[in-house]
Design a protein around this ligand. Sequence first.
Ligand SMILES: [Zn+2]
Length: 370
Amino acid sequence: MKKDFYDILGVSKNADTAAIKKAYRKKAIEFHPDKNPGDKAAEEKFKEAAEAYEVLGDPEKKAKYDQYGHQAFDGSGGFGGHGHMNMDDIFSQFGDIFGGGFGGFGGGGSRGGVRRAKGSNLRIKVKLTLEEIANGVEKKVKVKRKVQAPGVSYKTCSTCNGQGQVMRVTNTILGRMQSATTCPACGGSGQILDKKPANADAQGMIVEDETVSIKIPAGVVDGMQLKVSNKGNDAPGNSIPGDLIVAIEELEHEFLKREGENLHYDLYVSFPEAILGVSKDIEAINGKVRIKLEEGIQSGKILRLKGKGIPSINGYGNGDLLVHVNVWTPKTLNKEQKQFFEKNLEDENFSPNPEKSDKSFFEKVKDMFS
Ligand SMILES: [Zn+2]
């Protein structure tokens, strides 16, 4: 047996449209799913009220209902979907019910009613080595989160009657304007503290240590912020926790300099090594890499080791490792060495003769950034 629509809204048969609307609004706020999360009975009542209002709020449908009762809407000729309103239908109705003054409620298709307050965000800094950045890492951090103390209870806010918003009336040249603002007493949650244990603060909150595991993807950049959802502070009442914002700080590497996804390494070779050629071990990001320098290598040459840089955060491959060759010119020589070079001062082999292919320093730098 279907419940009487007048009973559901708690109005008499003689109630006018405005009274019916008012009654429905009260029910909708009382049983709103945001205020009663997971409460199936409340959801049923919320749907029932919406269904009743759908009929009684419309003078034509109301007249039919008064004459024929529920049967008026059964069968094909009647009011389709009756008894099977889904939540989206109900929320779309809110635009009308809470429209105008209740700008914050249900406008634009968002779920109307009491807004669940969101706790504040927590911020931490995580220091990462270049190796951790190159490979990605999981970090465990300790955070101090504000959470609701056990034993805390809440009651409906009397300032806003649980609506989370209060109306403000202002006089403008266009006349009296009503606007809704977040209730100052409850901060929009519609609830205020009732009972709290002694160790809780004025809002019924306590601070708890929590270890949070943060997965940091490879390729993050100094100053970047990652968000760990719902690991910030809780807010009082029926709220959603804030987020944990993790700021990345990159520690300086002993040998490698980072530039975007590329790494730079300064390699120093001795004068004889540059002349005769040499194999050298480079401290790359994931261990040593051996490179071979041909004989007669020029100072300032840049060797590019493909893919030995930092992975792109978007997953588009790796940067390169650029090895800058620096030939170390000896500052002191013994007598013999000095005589050797003096003898060769005018020698053709020692006189600079850059080929076209030996790009100048500036051309090389230009290439690197292009
Ligand atoms: Zn309030």
